[in-house]
Design a protein around this ligand. Sequence first.
Ligand code: M6R
Length: 610
Amino acid sequence: MCGIIGYIGQKDAKPIIMDGLKRMEYRGYDSAGLAILNGKSVKMHKKAGKLVNLQNEITDKDLAGSVGIGHIRWATHGAPTDENAHPHTDSAEEIYINHNGIIENYLTLKKALEEKGHEFYSETDTEVLAHLIEEYHKEVNLEKAVAAALKDVVGAYGIAVVSTKEPKKIVAARLGSPLVLGIVNDGEYIVASDVSAIMPHTREVVYLQDGEICTLTPEGYTITNLTLEEVDHTIEQVDWDVSKVQKQGYPHFMLKEIMEQGDVVHDAIRGRLRPEEGLAHLRGFIEHADRLKNIDRLIIVAMGTAMYAGMVGEYMLEEYAGIPVEVESATEFRYRKPVIDERTAVLAISQSGETADTIAAVREAKLKGALVLGVVNVVGSTIARDVDAGAYSHAGPEIGVASTKAFISQVTVLALITLFMGRQRGMSVVTGQRIAKELMELPEKIETILKQTDAIKEIAERYADSRDFFFIGRKYNYPIAMEGALKLKEISYIHAEGYGAGDMKHGPIALIDEDFPTVALVPQDSVYEKTLSSIQELKARSGKIIAVATEGDTAIDSIADDVIYIPKTLEMLTPILSVIPMQLFAYYVAAKLDRDIDQPRNLAKSVTVE
Ligand code: M6R
């Protein structure tokens, strides 16, 4: 949700900033801009639309200078226009600022500034901050002005600010929006929303914390709090494989990420299973084993795809560990009054670890005394740092806006947590061994589904002209029906709804006719016959059925119009296999419609605003 970058050093800032924006384009892509300082002179360019528009605008422009800031936007306040694109500047055009987040009290601040004579040119909340800093900067240096201005602000921000009055300085700060400092050399630094923008230049990073300000000059860097007292920080090494953030010959990141899913499961379980003993070894959870053993309730908080992974986890944990589990959208959790005590554990699931709603739910749960756990993909992200204990999902960088491999890794880790907590609560060694064995067999089974890609593509293309879809499933596959519908609408813009198979007759079935197809998840599990009956009810009303069924199921052939087969596995692990045809189906429908698959309209990868 917006990407910001700042560079200071000896090299030309322009290519470094443009490359960083390209790498962060998944965060937002409705406009982009940059400002480069060359001594006291500054050149700013901003363009609505994809990054390529900015690239075309600046191709033949002289933008020499070794200090600069850049921004890629996902609009919150004001439409995606050239005027609303960042950077924003003050009345004297001395201060240039990039911002990721929302200044909630911007209208009050704007009014006060207008009374002092400030004029505004955009509809953004960010421009207000530029003018506010200008007010303080009349008296004090840039970092002091930024710190003073931020004290007046209510909301969330990751910012990078430069001033022509101090042209060899970048001041960056964060509260609720991610910011990472990359240390390239003495006097050469990159600050960005995401390590992917930093990785080509250095592996040494500092993850800035909420309430911290980072001042970068050719003489060095300082990290302080809002009262400008230096704070301790740790330099960390990023061990991401750079090839993972390239398409490697695939037409889209989404397809590449779908194809990686066998390895993803392998990476998620590596070193964490004791198959002989039927145990899961999760370091963070072991540290809290006593408290975990005594919890009498678990609440899972997450958003979107991560929430659907949580729903699969709910079924697993209730069935195998006997713990009452509730799954809740983090947006709702934070504003009601959840009843929580020290015998409640809250588990946050997030790919990015930066989803604002999930972060707020984590903080609310901590305040109320719950044990707060996390399943997070991005190492060092806010949620990963905020929770009491967690297990990384180890999916590697996920670039496609539609989440695929992160989902599979989350469900795999939830299976490990089920094993861990189940064994604490009376699960037999034999059951533990069975789950461990089935988990280890998953990567191979995933490969057999991926080999059917061409067949799934052919089916998807035949249905690509449909205007609406239902996705149905039951028990462990109910969340997969929701996820299948989400995937399709996100990237194809086709209307799709996910339902429990048994829910159809309570209303939705009224919509069924020969032009309203249903994707039905019907593996041979404990609810197979029930789901089959629901499918028959749709067929009886001329509905077309695309079934996802277990290999060897011949009965489904005579009922469904098209069938995609998945290998047999333990019922609780079926979602890890059945979701793959959902992803491929959505992908090929969207490809047939020529959609912008990795950067679908109106969306951004990390939703770091409320
Ligand atoms: O980074 P997170 O896992 O916290 O993100 C949560 C959702 O925003 C995310 O899963 C979203 O629903 C995806 N675009 C779905 O494909």
